[in-house]
Structure formats: structure tokens, C-alpha cells
Design a binder for this molecule. Structure first.
Ligand SMILES: [Zn+2]
Length: 73
């Protein structure tokens, strides 16, 4: 496999990236866990995405599921 991706800042091939956990800000509040990918040579940020491993908030839908677990009389 030939790696052809180049860092847009330093021009080196992107064979590795630094992965950092960062917080996404929504209306000046940190609300989302995100992942930042940066060049290992010059630290230019190549991309940021929502962390798919981020914890979900407890939803009221969970209670609705528990209700169904009660034995029917
Ligand atoms: Zn770079």
C-alpha cells in the first residue's frame, strides 16, 4: 500500500497522526467529545471529528424500556 496523503502545511507524507481528545464547543459550552488529528511533523491539525466513543447522555427513553420489563398481571 502506497501512502500518498500529504500534510498541507509541511508537505510530508501523513503516515502517522497525533490523536488528541478535545471538546467541541456549542454556544460557548463544552458539549461534545471530539477527536483531533494532527501532523506528527508540524502539528498542523488535519481534521477533527465527533468522538464515536463519547458517552451518551442518559435519555428518558431508557425508562420507557424498563417499564416494559415489568411482569404483566
Ligand atoms: Zn505537517
Amino acid at each position: 500500500m502506497i501512502h500518498q496523503g500529504q500534510c498541507p502545511k509541511c508537505g510530508k507524507r501523513v503516515l502517522h497522526v497525533h490523536v488528541e481528545s478535545v471538546l467541541g464547543m456549542i454556544a460557548n459550552e463544552s458539549k461534545a467529545r471530539c477527536l483531533s488529528y494532527s501532523c506528527i511533523h508540524c502539528f498542523a491539525v488535519l481534521g477533527v471529528q465527533i468522538d464515536p466513543r463519547g458517552k451518551r447522555r442518559a435519555k428518558t427513553a431508557d425508562k420507557a424500556v424498563a417499564k416494559d420489563d415489568k411482569p404483566a398481571k
